[in-house]
Design a protein around this ligand. Structure first.
Ligand code: SAH
Length: 398
């Protein structure tokens, strides 16, 4: 049996846990600093010792752990994980039944009642992300549950333990047979080359699936496209598939060049007809203005925080300016796709930046589309901040 410990919840936060709030945050716990043992089961109680919820201690950037059950008698064992993962799989049945998409999320942390871990499916391979040592202590039960529930080719994992959620370098293979990489997976009929054993990022961000599809199906035809912070060029590939006349992909990381060439190539697209630049996006904006370049579509998908030699970008402070840069090189009646995964503000505030950016450039705009996380990235109403993704399609009106 795992150690269990009773902890008292601060009076003013008790209601939250009664209503199903999943995150055990530091301020909620009386004497939180005394917590040390990762993975210990926490019995959250009110000041009279009455049961509120049950969870585990696991330090990560977001907090001190997650609630796993509101049932006092539920034990956190193999069967618990079997029940949770089975329900989670059930919610993804339509994905398993769709041969045109073979990469999607099957467990989305607290959205599936398992805060601190995610599991993604890549054509028969399962990839587990562990966000704390505490949650990692349940590895045996989680893998055991997967073994009971699914036929897998192999299982891989990413340890993202430290307080910043940073990846711990390791051999990420866990069970089954090793994959041959790149593994070619499909998304709405388009190929992606993914690598499950080469660092934290595998080559594709699955949460943008509906955005990529819409770009291909309704926005790309006949357009010139600038894809900034392009990583492996996933948006560019979908734009070309949708009939874009030309794409320019810009990313600072050296790896992005080969990765983008590969992503085009596995889809039979001649990468030499596309423009792929290893460059600071902010430098590119200046260059484009100087050379009078403009685009029918500009895609902005920056990380929440990035530091380059000359520039620090923070989605919290600098998104409005990024939009202004984009506006200056977007054609009249062109589209800006603005995206952020920064969880510190909501859609309303994000749209506020759009509004300000156009006001400050004396421009007019129309909001055409709006996305948050897709269906397989399940979220719960008790934890709205878990729905971190915000994407808007903006038309620059003449
Ligand atoms: N849009 C991508 C994901 C972006 S991930 C996709 O759809 O797959 C963020 C990327 O931003 C990383 O590849 C990183 O190398 C890049 N990046 C960070 N700062 C940058 C900068 N100043 N200029 C260009 N690229 C940058």
């Amino acid at each position: 049996m795992r150690n269990e410990r009773s902890v008292q919840v601060q009076a003013k936060h008790q209601k939250k846990f009664e209503k199903g709030y999943p995150l055990i945050f530091k301020e909620a716990i009386v004497n939180a600093d005394s917590l040390k043992e990762e993975g210990v089961i926490l019995r959250l109680e009110d000041e009279k010792g009455q049961f509120l919820a049950k969870g585990y201690y696991g330090r990560q950037n977001k907090g001190f752990g997650w609630v796993l059950s509101q049932n006092e008698n539920e034990t956190i064992d193999l069967d618990f994980f079997v029940r949770k993962i089975q329900t989670a799989l059930h919610h993804r049945e339509s994905f398993f039944n769709d041969p045109t998409t073979t990469a999607f999320r099957i467990v989305n942390g607290e959205g599936d009642g398992l805060g601190g871990l995610t599991i993604d499916y890549y054509d028969g391979y399962y990839l587990i992300n562990w966000y704390s040592e505490g949650v990692y202590s349940f590895k045996h039960a989680v893998i055991g549950a997967l073994k009971q529930l699914v036929d897998f080719k192999g299982i891989y994992e990413k340890k993202r333990f430290d307080a910043k959620g940073q990846y711990v370098e390791d051999d990420d293979f866990v069970a089954g047979e090793r994959g041959e990489f790149p593994l070619i997976v499909k998304e709405n009929g388009v190929n992606f080359a993914v690598y499950l054993n080469e660092g934290a990022m595998v080559g594709v961000f699955l949460d943008q699936r509906p955005v990529r599809k819409l770009i291909r199906d309704e926005y790309a035809k006949g357009k010139t496209v600038l894809n900034t912070f392009s990583y492996t060029g996933a948006f560019s590939v979908f734009a070309v598939e949708g009939g874009a006349v030309h794409t320019t992909s810009v990313d600072l990381a050296n790896r992005s060049l080969n990765k983008t060439i590969e992503q085009f190539s596995v889809n039979g697209i001649d990468y030499e007809e596309q423009n792929i630049l290893v460059m600071d996006v902010f430098k590119y904006f200046k260059y484009a203005v100087k050379k009078n370049l403009s685009f029918d579509m500009v895609i902005l998908d920056p990380p929440s925080f990035a530091r380059s030699k000359k520039h620090t970008f923070s989605a919290a402070k600098d998104y409005k300016d990024l939009l202004k840069d984009a506006i200056s090189i977007t054609e009249d009646n062109g589209i800006i796709v603005a995206s952020t995964n920064y969880s510190g503000y909501d859609m309303k505030k994000f749209k506020g930046f759009v509004d300000q950016a156009f006001k400050e450039t004396n421009g007019r705009y129309q909001l055409l589309e709006e996305f948050t996380l897709p269906e397989d990235f399940r979220t719960i109403k008790e934890f709205r901040e878990g729905n971190y993704l915000k994407v808007v399609f903006i038309k620059k009106v003449k």
